[in-house]
Design a protein around this ligand. Sequence first.
Ligand code: ASP
Length: 355
Amino acid sequence: MSSGISRRNFFNKTISLSTGALLLKYMPAFGAQKNGIVPMIITSHSNETGQKAMEAGWEILAKGGTALDAVEKAANIIELDPEDTSVGYGGLPNEDGIVQLDSSIMDGKTYNAGAVACLEDIKHPSSVARVVMERTDHVLMVGKGAKDFALKWGFKEENLLTEKARKIWLRWKENMSKNDDWGPPDHLIDKAKEEAYWEGFPGEEFHYGTTNVLAVDMNGDVSGITTTSGLSFKIPGRVGDSPIIGAGLYVDNEVGAAGATGRGEDVIKSLASHYMILRMKDGRTPQQACEDAIKMIIEKYKAIGSDYIPSEKFVAINKQGETGCATTRIGNNPRMSVMTSKGFNKYEGTIKRKL
Ligand code: ASP
């Protein structure tokens, strides 16, 4: 199997002025680096919000703050982006038009974890997951219980369904079947009028999307968050991989961290993030570990005579500053955002669809 290392392609994006200033300001602090540890924060998001999130997380790391605080700060920024239909506020709703969020957090230093699933009306599921982790003796809280818990802790109840997401959902709902009563009366259906009616509504989408945020701080402690609105139009109550420790996220303070996005059902069955950590423990690089996890899933289906390849994207980091990213999706190579003392980069991973 190709390691993918030769295809590793770090390319510097223009470092924004603010980032440059930030680096100069905090560079001296990096005298504190020890044992080859490379402080770093990454996200599987490669858009502008992803960059903003990395800069905010980095500001914490550069001051000597914890990986835990850095990942929470960065994840919160992505969760708040109303234009992002895959995470937090603005995320696409379930089949009934209700936004249900899943998130997990894991702290390598304390070997502690927290998570929430099917959480409604709270903009920062990753912060609720952190309270579950730090202020209860549980790991996972779901649905109404998770929301009541969040309200007790002072989180605000807010409508998470943006106009954009509501319109995408409505369009999906009306066009889902000809055998229901959504849409105009049969005798009045006019194709041209229908097209005009939907003009201005964002396109119907059925999609995957989540973000992973992973970080190593100056002490060499590792933390991670995975946060998502889950599969669009999912069956109400469905829980994906994101809040399942070992599936959508895993952190090991000796090794690094790994996270997953994509079809959660396969990530749960394979416990892909934990698998990536085990691979790195065995000496594989983060890039190799991501590719190994994809290969493992493809092999499972092959073994039962199926050529099915689920849509997945995996990311991983180790404490020595190496990064990995691989996907099964056809199209452009997957990317993730990376911030270190060298500045902001987009890391390009590999597409892996063969054993
Ligand atoms: N993994 C998420 C889930 O299954 C969705 C995604 O990443 O696209 O809920």
